[in-house]
Write a protein that binds this ligand. Sequence first.
Ligand SMILES: NC(=O)c1ccc[n+]([C@@H]2O[C@H](COP(=O)([O-])OP(=O)(O)OC[C@H]3O[C@@H](n4cnc5c(N)ncnc54)[C@H](OP(=O)(O)O)[C@@H]3O)[C@@H](O)[C@H]2O)c1
Length: 241
Amino acid sequence: MSRTILITGASTGIGAETARHLAEGNTLILHHNQSPIEPVAEDVQTRGGTVHTCQADLAGEVGCHLLMQAVNRVTEHLDVLINNAGSLLQRHTVEEVTWDLMERIFILNTYSAMLLTKLCVPLLRKGNDPSIVNMTSIAMRHGAPTATVYGAAKGAMDSFTRGSARELAPDIRVNAVAPGVILTPFHDRYSTEEKLASIASDTPVGFNGQSIHIAQAVELLIENTFITGETIDVNGGLFMR
Ligand SMILES: NC(=O)c1ccc[n+]([C@@H]2O[C@H](COP(=O)([O-])OP(=O)(O)OC[C@H]3O[C@@H](n4cnc5c(N)ncnc54)[C@H](OP(=O)(O)O)[C@@H]3O)[C@@H](O)[C@H]2O)c1
C-alpha cells in the first residue's frame, strides 16, 4: 500500500533514516529547518519514493502554520504524521534552568508536535489507516540529569499520545517511540565520546543505538493496525519497565 507520510525533522539523524527506511513506494513530505534536506530527498528518490520538501522553524506557532500551508499545497490527505523534530537545546540542571529555556524546550518538543497533530487531523481523516507516531525519549523514563526539563517535555508528549489515541479512535491511531541513546548529530552537540562509551557499557545489549533501530520501530507502529496509545521503548535495555 502506498502511503503519504509527513516527517518533521527529516534532515538529519532519526528523521532522515526513517525517511530512507519508509521511502519505497511512498510519498514523503520531508520537513527541515536549518540543515539541508536535498541529500535525504535524493536518497528517498533513489529508493523509489516520491518527495516533497518544506522548511519551517518549529520553535513557534507561526512555523507550524507555515509547515501546514506547505503540506496543504502538495497533498489533500495524509496517511502518517511522524512528529520527530526536537532538541535538548542546551544541557541544564534544575537549579540553573530559566523560564526562557523551559519555554523554548516545551515549545519545540511539545507544543509544536501537539499543534501539528491538531492541524494534520483533517488530512489524516482522509487517509488510509491513518496514524501518528510521536518521538519521545528515554529521558522521560528514569531521570536524566542535565536533561530534566527536556525529559518532562517528552513525558508530556507521552501523555498526549495516549490522550489523543483515545480521542481520535477509531479513525486515527496514535503511538510513540521512546529512543534510548541513538548515535545522531544530537549527541555531537550534547554528549562526549567518554559519556557515550560509558552509556554503551551500561546498556544490556552492549552498544548505543543507530537511527535504523528507531526507523524499524516507527514502521511497526505504522503497519500494525492493532496498536494505538502505545509507546515503544527502543533502548537496548537501558530502561526496562
Ligand atoms: N539521538 C538520541 O539519542 C535521541 C534520544 C531520545 C530522543 N530523541 C529525539 O529524537 C528526535 C530526533 O533526534 P535526532 O537524534 O535525530 O537529532 P538530530 O539529528 O539533531 O535531528 C533533529 C531534527 O529536528 C529538527 N529541528 C531541531 N530544531 C528545530 C526547529 N527549531 N524547527 C524545526 N525543526 C527543528 C532538525 O532540523 P534541522 O537540522 O534542519 O534544523 C533535525 O531535523 C528528537 O525529537 C529527539 O529529541 C533522540
